[in-house]
Design a protein. Structure first.
Length: 337
């Protein structure tokens, strides 16, 4: 009996020893294992690609958020303006960047427009970029040079009909929401205006003020200070509802163009296959930044409405926007240069 017990004890000891050794190896592996992407990110500055020139509504909004975002992440978030091709150049730069969270995109409504405006884009928005969060939604604003004898939308339509071909409207680039806002206006009113694209909305606005072009449709954040300063005359907003920032301005539909509605949005996207933990961290900090009272107040003063939410909400929204703008592009007959 004692002999059998001894044999059983000998058989148990190797198994126990193996289990103990395995537990020790797992513990050591856990101690030495690298942190997950979410734990270690970010370890260096983050480049936030804004695919437009400095000074426009996109740039203003991004620079409003970067200080809070940098503090929350513990790394500098660096704005990198990369204008060109209605935002496509900067977007392609992000699409081709490593999916490590160190290059992100300031996405705009133009990205959803470009899916139908350009026939041979080297990327697809929903395939090649991951949604992080919407930032804001905002109307565009129809504004004219002060020397133009026009004070309302009906006056603009009448003037254009009386002076065919005399009006030029500027925009921040072909295919942007501000350009298509003008094309939709032309289509619904039957008037003639010549589109003059600029390398960014700030340059177009400067020429409206100087009288080089007579009018433009602009993202409200990019023009609101000039409107308040009396350097341009705002006639209406393009959204289906009035803007709380300029409640005295009617919508274009209210002002005599039934069915007119167009608006813009800003958001953040990252290269596809960016680790989910990085997307979640970015989303969390962006939502928190937009909820800060001083930032929320500034956003509202610019004429924007905070729209931050989970990545899935932005993904669904972008899908709907691509379909909506494809109809407007077709309706207006707009084509990329």
């Amino acid at each position: 009996m004692a002999a059998r017990d001894s044999v059983r004890a000998l058989r148990r000891r190797p198994a126990a020893a193996l289990m103990a050794a395995a537990s020790l190896m797992l513990a050591l592996a856990a101690l030495g294992a690298p942190a997950t992407a979410g734990d270690s990110w970010p370890a260096r500055p983050i480049h936030w690609i804004v695919p437009y020139v400095p000074g426009g509504g996109t740039d203003i909004t991004a620079r409003l958020l970067t200080p809070a975002l940098s503090r929350a992440l513990g790394q500098q978030v660096v704005i990198d303006n990369r204008p060109g091709a209605a935002g496509n150049l900067g977007t392609e730069l992000v699409v081709s960047a490593p999916p490590d969270g160190y290059t992100i995109l300031f996405a705009t409504v133009a990205n959803s427009i470009n899916e139908s405006l350009y026939e041979n884009l080297p990327f697809k928005l929903e395939r090649d970029l991951a949604s992080v969060s919407l930032l804001t939604k905002l109307p565009n604003v129809l504004e004219v040079n002060l020397d133009l004898p026009i004070t309302d939308v009906r006056g603009l339509i009448d003037y254009a009909r009386a002076h065919p071909g005399a009006l030029n409207f500027g925009s921040g680039g072909t295919g942007t929401s501000v350009h298509l806002s003008g094309e939709l206006f032309k289509a619904l009113t039957g008037i003639s205006m010549v589109h003059v694209p600029y390398r960014g909305a700030a340059a177009a606005l400067a020429d409206v003020i100087a009288g080089q072009v007579q009018l433009m449709f602009d993202n409200l954040p990019g023009s609101i200070e000039q409107i308040r300063a009396g350097r341009v005359r705002a006639l209406a907003v393009t959204d289906s509802e009035r803007s709380p920032a300029l409640p005295e301005l009617p919508t274009i539909a209210e002002a005599g163009v039934p069915g007119y509605a167009a608006s813009a949005w800003f958001g953040v996207m990252a290269p596809a296959k960016t680790p989910p933990a990085v997307i979640a961290r970015l989303n969390r900090e962006l939502v928190a930044a937009l909820a800060q009272p001083e930032i929320a107040q500034r956003i509202a003063a610019l004429g924007s409405v905070p729209a931050a939410g989970p990545p899935a909400a932005m993904e669904a929204f972008v899908h709907e926007e691509i379909a909506k703008w494809a109809k407007i592009v077709a309706f207006a007959g707009a084509k990329a240069p």
